[in-house]
Design a protein around this ligand. Structure first.
Ligand code: SF4
Length: 351
C-alpha cells in the first residue's frame, strides 16, 4: 500500500487535488483552440477515457476568446496554459479558467505577476507554478545535473515566496525536465520542501513508442514514493493515449480510484495451447463495457496457468481444444474452445 505524502487540498473547479483526494490524470488538447467544436470533441473523448482535467493553450487573444466558449461547455475543469503573456493569463481567468498554468520565469515584470495573482484571487481559481529545466534563467548547457536540480528548486522557492507574500496559496507545483532521472530527483526535492499538491510528468518524451517507458519510470517511481497528486504523460500523439497510459500507471500501483476490470495475460511460451494474444484481445473487447472491479486472467496452458492466475477472480487456462475456467483459483468449468469466450463472458457477468 502506497502512503501518499501529505499535501494541502487545492480546488480546481469541482475537482480537488491533494493527498486526501484521488490522483487526477490530465492532458492537453492538441487541436487549434480557435476551433471550438474540434476542441470540445477532443475534450469529450478525453473525459470518456477518464481524463480529470484538461489544459488548453491560449497563445493569442483569439484563443482566449475561444477558450471562453469552451469552458462553458466542457464536462471537465479546464486549465489555461500561459506563456510569456500576463494579458492572456488575465483574459483566461476572466473567461472562466478553473486554473492557469504559469511559468513566472517567462513573465518578465513582477508587477504583471502580481496582477495575475490578484485576478486569480478575485476569481478564486488555482495556479500551477510550472518550472521547466529548459527555461531556468541561470542555466547554461555545461551546468552539472545536481546544480540544475538546485537551480530549479531555487527558482521554485522564489516563485512560491512571491505568491505567498501576495497572500495566494491555492497553488499546485510542477518541476519538469525531459530527463527521467532529473525529473525524479527534482520532484523529490519539491516534495521535501513544500506541501502544495504536485503535478508530475516529463516535459516531453517523444513518440508513443519512445515516450511510454521514460514517462512510466519517472511518474511510477515518484508515485510509488507517495509523491504526486496529478499526472500528465507527455507524448507526441493522441492525448487519449496519454490518459490511457496515465491510468495504467495508476492502476499498476493500486492508485486508481475508479472501478473497472483488470486483464492479466500470461507472457506465453512454448507450452501455449491456444493463440493467447488473440483470445486476450477478444476478452478485452468483452470487458470494455464492464464497470465492476474484477481481475480476469487469460493463461496459455493448464500446467502453470492455474497457479500463475491464482489471484485472479476469473481465469481461463487453455488446454488442447478446450479451456478451463477458474473462479478464485477453483476450477468451475471445462468448455470447448469454440464456446470459450461466451462461457467466460457469462462467468464475468455473473461474478
Ligand atoms: S501460463 Fe503456461 S503458456 Fe503461459 S507463460 Fe505460463 S507456462 Fe507458458
Amino acid at each position: 500500500m502506497i502512503k501518499r505524502r501529505k499535501t494541502k487540498t487545492v480546488s480546481i473547479g469541482p475537482l480537488k487535488l491533494g493527498h486526501r483526494h484521488p490522483i487526477a490524470v490530465q492532458t492537453m488538447t492538441k487541436v487549434f483552440t480557435t476551433d471550438v467544436a474540434a476542441c470540445l470533441r477532443q475534450i469529450r473523448k478525453l473525459e470518456k477515457a477518464g481524463c480529470d482535467l484538461v489544459r488548453i493553450a491560449v497563445p493569442t487573444k483569439a484563443d482566449t476568446q475561444a477558450f471562453a466558449k469552451i469552458v462553458g461547455k466542457s464536462p471537465i475543469p479546464v486549465v489555461a496554459d500561459i506563456h510569456f503573456s500576463s494579458a492572456r493569463a488575465i483574459e483566461a481567468i476572466e473567461a472562466g479558467a478553473a486554473k492557469i498554468r504559469l511559468n513566472p520565469g517567462n513573465i518578465k515584470n513582477k508587477k504583471d505577476i502580481r496582477r495575475i495573482i490578484d485576478c486569480a484571487k478575485l476569481h478564486k481559481i488555482a495556479i500551477r507554478i510550472g518550472v521547466n529545466e529548459a527555461s531556468i534563467r541561470d542555466l547554461k548547457s555545461d551546468v552539472a545535473p545536481t546544480k540544475r536540480i538546485a537551480l530549479m528548486l531555487k527558482e521554485m522557492r522564489s516563485f512560491v515566496r512571491l505568491f505567498e507574500r501576495c497572500g495566494f496559496d491555492n497553488l499546485v507545483l510542477s518541476a519538469k525536465s525531459a530527463d527521467t532521472a532529473r525529473t525524479i530527483e527534482v520532484n523529490r526535492a519539491i516534495a521535501e520542501n513544500f506541501d502544495y499538491p504536485i503535478h508530475i510528468g516529463l516535459t516531453h518524451a517523444g513518440l508513443p513508442e519512445d515516450a511510454l517507458v521514460p514517462s512510466s519510470v519517472a511518474i511510477g517511481t515518484l508515485l510509488a514514493e507517495g509523491i504526486g497528486d496529478t499526472i500528465r504523460v507527455s507524448i507526441a500523439g493522441d492525448p487519449v493515449k496519454e490518459i490511457q497510459i496515465g491510468k495504467q500507471i495508476l492502476r499498476s500501483l493500486g492508485l486508481e480510484s475508479r472501478t473497472g476490470p483488470d486483464l492479466i495475460v500470461c507472457p506465453t511460451c512454448g507450452r501455449c495451447q491456444v493463440d493467447v494474444v488473440a483470445l486476450a484481445k477478444k476478452v478485452r473487447k468483452r470487458l470494455a463495457g464492464i464497470d465492476k472491479q474484477i481481475k480476469v486472467a487469460v493463461m496459455g496452458c493448464i500446467v502453470n496457468g492455474p497457479g500463475e492466475a491464482a489471484d485472479a477472480d476469473i481465469a481461463v487456462c487453455a488446454g488442447a481444444g478446450k479451456g478451463y475456467i477458474y473462479k478464485n483459483g477453483e476450477k468451475i468449468a471445462a468448455v470447448e474452445e469454440a464456446n470459450l469466450l461466451d462461457a467466460l463472458a457469462e462467468k464475468i457477468e455473473n461474478f
